[in-house]
Design a protein around this ligand. Structure first.
Ligand SMILES: Nc1ncnc2c1ncn2[C@@H]1O[C@H](COP(=O)(O)OP(=O)(O)OP(=O)(O)O)[C@@H](O)[C@H]1O
Ligand SMILES: [Mg+2]
Length: 259
């Protein structure tokens, strides 16, 4: 099978006032079509840099990023992104915020079809009835749900999530994990999720990639095999505890706190 996302030997250095800052130093990540890759690593190791390379917002100094068998050289409209801060536009309703990418991405749905698509997604994440509200009228978790709809509205092949649940309280975050599985069952996409939460990584990811400290390389890859959609109880099984232990240890190695 051909991977949908193929990151090969990526190296990148930022020029800074204090001199060159090597950030990525040999990154290899492969995600099959429909896969969900969770990426964890120490703070500042280059995870957001990785997302910018996959979205085509930047080119790596060395190595290659392939999406769908095409070398990424410029920004891709077939990518959807959501971040820790949902950055919704206050002067637009939730519905109009979700429809925004369809106004920007060429060839997207227009008019009635665009509105129906946005309403469908909002209902899917439990925001039916909130379409006409302004972002400030929603809770943080609801704003993040809307942001997820906006990232998916143009049916991107690749969804990039950069710590989208990082600012939410633990229970809201768990609700959103369940929503992610519901959405994934109905909307075909291949995802890269950046997270600092190891439970989130094993709950959502079918693969967890641990990056080393900066300059980051692929330090460890865990395949998470699961039968069907997980429940939150699955996080309290001996298998889950073992996976979390292995990842915790890998993070300590990445942070230079363990050999
Ligand atoms: N445009 C830029 N120019 C110069 N340096 C940058 C730029 N963007 C990021 N950096 C630096 O590169 C390093 C990696 O940044 P990046 O945002 O990719 O890390 P991260 O793993 O996402 O961090 P965090 O876990 O805190 O979100 C950091 O030291 C950051 O200061
Ligand atoms: Mg980041």
């Amino acid at each position: 099978m051909k991977p949908l996302i193929d990151i090969k030997g990526v190296r990148h250095t930022y020029p800074t006032a204090g001199g060159p800052l090597p950030v990525l130093d040999g990154l290899d990540v492969t995600v099959q079509e429909g896969g969900f890759c969770a990426v964890v690593g120490p703070s500042g190791c280059g995870k957001s840099t990785l997302t910018r390379l996959v979205a085509g917002l930047m080119k790596p100094d060395e190595g290659e990023v392939w999406l769908h068998g095409e070398l990424v050289k410029s920004p891709r409209s077939t990518v959807g992104m959501a971040f820790q801060n949902p950055v919704l536009l206050e002067w637009r309703s939730i519905l109009k915020n979700v429809m925004l990418p369809l106004e920007i991405v060429p060839g997207g749905l227009k008019g009635r079809a665009a509105e129906e698509r946005a309403r469908y997604l909002l209902a899917l994440v439990g925001l039916e009835g909130f379409e006409d509200k302004r972002p400030s009228e929603l809770s943080g978790g609801m704003r993040q749900r809307a942001s997820l709809c906006r990232a998916l509205v143009h049916q991107p092949d690749v969804l990039i999530l950069d710590e989208p649940f990082g600012a939410l309280d633990a229970f809201t975050r768990e609700d959103l994990w369940l929503t992610m599985h519901d959405v994934k069952a109905k909307e075909p996409f291949t995802a890269i999720l950046i997270t600092h939460d190891l439970r989130e990584a094993i709950f959502l990811g079918d693969q967890v990639v641990v990056l080393s400290g900066r300059p980051a390389r692929t330090q460890y890859v865990m395949d998470v095999h699961r039968a069907g959609t997980p429940t939150l109880e699955d996080l309290y099984t001996p298998e889950a505890a073992e996976r979390l232990n292995i990842l915790r240890r890998q993070i300590e190695i990445a942070q230079g706190r363990a050999a």
